[in-house]
Design a protein around this ligand. Structure first.
Ligand code: CDP
Ligand code: ZN
Length: 157
């Protein structure tokens, strides 16, 4: 079995919603990003690619690519899952932590798990998502943006 870890962070910009774990969450800010700014999906992609020694999300989907402007990160996630299958790996489980002072993500976690589970063909029990603040410390605490950590385990098919 092989382990992977991923980390991502995005800055807030003006807006009225964010996309996190494929869920549209109404908020008084948006996410600044070349894509839809789904920092949770990006961290999961990096964990999966890392476990398979396939580099990172920027290698496969460069943010200089005009075709990827505003792209739905779920498309990237499904492509990452395909890459793993092609290399002969299956996902055992994923665990992710969203670091955000705001918004509160717990009400949205069941929907995130459902959406990402369907993209990755994973049972609910094999995909955990959780949220934490940093007690108002640091860039997330100052509400400048959101960070996310993800870990995964994969195995040969
Ligand atoms: O230390 P702990 O993470 O338990 O405390 P906290 O940062 O004050 O967060 C309390 C709880 O709020 C967390 O355990 C999460 O369940 C939830 N939370 C959330 O839903 N969304 C966030 N952006 C941050 C925390
Ligand atoms: Zn990102």
């Amino acid at each position: 079995m092989r382990i992977g870890q991923g980390y991502d962070a995005h800055r807030f910009k003006e807006g009225d919603h964010i996309i996190l774990g494929g869920v549209r969450i109404p908020f008084d800010k948006g996410m600044a990003a070349h894509s839809d700014g789904d920092v949770l999906i990006h961290a999961i992609c990096d964990a999966l690619l890392g476990a398979a020694a396939l580099g990172d999300i920027g290698k496969h989907f460069p943010d200089t690519d005009p075709d990827l402007k505003g792209v739905d990160s779920r498309i990237l996630l499904r492509k990452v899952a395909e890459l793993l299958t092609t290399k002969g790996y299956k996902i055992i489980n994923i665990d992710a932590t969203v670091v955000a002072q705001k918004p509160k993500i717990s009400p949205h976690i069941p929907e995130m798990r459902k959406i990402l589970g369907s993209d990755l063909n994973l049972n609910n029990d094999d995909l955990n998502i959780k949220g934490t603040t940093t007690e108002k410390m640091g860039f997330t605490g100052r509400e400048e943006g959101i960070a996310c950590y993800a870990a995964c385990l994969i195995d040969s098919i």
